[in-house]
Design a protein around this ligand. Structure first.
Ligand SMILES: *[C@@H]1O[C@H](CO)[C@@H](O)[C@H](O)[C@H]1NC(C)=O
Length: 161
């Protein structure tokens, strides 16, 4: 049981870090030609990340930015709540509050990445050309989507021993 809790704790920290990294790294969509990638904030060429995103002012992108930031906040809150409950909660109780907060984080990632995919990262949009592929930020975001759900559910199920 203790090993399981420690494992979840480690995966939770990794998820917070991955959410942070994928949100700030501008590597959501990478071009196969040249050395260019775009993310939620900038359009990067070679090592310079100061190009203009053609869709920078679209509401869809701002919504994705907002939900990714919310997901970082909720995953961090959930981690703090878990640590707090670990020390203060009575034995036998479930980590309900941290689980519920983590599932809110999961929903934020779900909304953010879904909007990004439907607007900017699939073959049916004008922005995603045939010479593009998904970058590591995008992949990390989907990994966080899976991890946050698993962590949230495990918190709800596990009892403090
Ligand atoms: C990024 O910049 C390049 C070069 O200026 C441009 O061709 C491309 O359309 C831009 N991509 C996005 C998504 O803004």
């Amino acid at each position: 049981m203790l090993v399981l809790l420690a494992g979840i704790f480690v995966v939770h920290i990794a998820t917070v870090i991955m959410l942070f990294v994928c949100t700030i790294a501008n590597v959501w969509v990478v071009s196969n030609v040249g050395n260019a990638s775009v993310g939620l904030w900038n359009n990067c060429t070679n090592t310079l990340c100061n190009g203009t995103l053609v869709y920078a002012h679209e509401d869809a992108l701002k919504t994705v930015q907002a939900f990714m930031i919310l997901s970082i906040i909720f995953s961090a809150i959930s981690l703090l709540v878990f640590v707090f409950q670990l020390f203060t909660m009575e034995k036998g109780n479930r980590f309900f509050l941290s689980g519920a907060t983590m599932l809110v984080c999961w929903l934020c990632v779900l909304v953010g990445v879904s909007i990004y995919t439907s607007h900017y990262a699939n073959g049916y949009t004008t922005y995603y050309r045939s010479e593009d592929h998904h970058g590591y930020s995008y992949i990390l975001a989907w990994i966080c989507f899976c991890f946050s759900f698993i962590i949230g559910v495990l918190y709800l199920v596990l009892r403090k021993k």
